[in-house]
Design a protein around this ligand. Structure first.
Ligand SMILES: Nc1ncnc2c1ncn2[C@@H]1O[C@H](COP(=O)(O)OP(=O)(O)OP(=O)(O)O)[C@@H](O)[C@H]1O
Ligand SMILES: [Mg+2]
Length: 275
């Protein structure tokens, strides 16, 4: 269809008006987003907002009911095989084999991907994710953070240009989260495009070049951290200026308890102007 050069000018991910229902439950009501090559994009949303549904559609595990989406220039519906060769997916629940060692897990995936030197690939990834010492131990003995890092490193085998991370740090302690964040930053430094989903606002704030909030079936806000913060003018209280946090922006656009609230609008009245 399109040539290699045409494809490489396309954004890494393009989603246009995607709709998806599970029976009568209308989860995605026209989702649009674009992710530039080599950037980190965070899709934020409450439980049940539809983040995993978006990721499953983009990774060809699920068909959308309407709209279109492309990954690495390939259409997810008509070129699913090319999409699968362009991506890796680290799901919401770690896909590590507990009985194998970390190194054996990596070698297994490298063999499945028909690489010539699975041992070298495994050792390089163990080093890159600070798992060299733990590489010979069964994954069952790993901490949550180590398991997540192993999971992410497994998804890098074969150097896919686009990776999806569905809630990469849910359930991890603060130290393990920082380790995973470092691993994700390392990916982007190497030119990989990352789309991650998260419920943690600080995670998006730490990692993402752009942040989108999925709420009631639509993207209600999409921008850089600075753009999102600019949605809420600094609150003025007795000459002291307070910068809004991403959390303030999130609750202002989503509504205080994450369920009620505004849809389809990103404007809020400046705090401190109403007397
Ligand atoms: N296979 C399915 N069949 C029916 N309903 C589903 C199915 N998968 C998801 N849903 C529903 O669709 C909605 C969106 O689910 P999804 O898993 O995409 O949300 P999420 O944003 O990833 O949530 P979480 O933060 O809890 O992971 C939820 O209400 C969920 O119950
Ligand atoms: Mg999910």
């Amino acid at each position: 269809m399109s040539t290699h050069t045409e494809r490489s000018r396309e954004p890494a991910i393009r989603v246009q008006n995607i709709e998806k229902s599970y029976k009568e439950l209308h989860v995605l009501k026209g989702v649009d987003l674009e992710v530039a090559r080599g950037s980190i994009f965070a899709l934020l949303g409450s439980n049940g907002a539809g983040k995993t549904t978006v990721v499953r559609i983009l990774s060809t595990l699920l068909k959308a009911d309407g709209g279109s989406a492309s990954v690495n220039g390939y259409d997810v519906a008509s070129q699913a095989g090319d999409v699968r060769e362009s991506i890796s997916l680290t799901g919401q629940f770690a896909a590590v084999d507990e009985v194998l060692t970390g190194r054996e897990n990596l070698i297994l995936v490298a063999r499945l991907r028909h690489l010539n030197n699975p041992g070298t690939v495994a050792d390089d990834l163990l080093a890159r994710f600070s798992l060299t010492d733990a590489g010979g131990r069964k994954a069952a003995t790993y901490s949550g953070g180590m398991r997540r890092r192993l999971d992410i490193s497994m998804s890098l085998i074969g150097n896919p240009p686009v990776i999806f991370l569905d809630e990469p740090t849910t359930g991890l302690d603060p130290q393990a989260r920082i380790e995973v964040w470092d691993a994700v930053k390392e990916l982007a430094r190497n030119g990989t495009t990352v789309l991650l989903t998260t419920q943690y606002l600080d995670e998006a704030e730490q990692l993402a070049d752009r942040i989108a909030i999925l709420h009631q079936g639509r993207i209600i806000v999409n921008g850089t951290l600075a753009e999102l913060k600019a949605l809420l003018p600094p609150a003025k209280v007795e000459y002291v200026e307070k910068q809004p946090t991403l959390e303030d922006v999130f609750f202002a656009v989503v509504g205080d308890n994450g369920s009620a609230g505004t849809t389809g609008t990103t404007t809020t009245s400046p705090a401190g102007t109403d007397k």
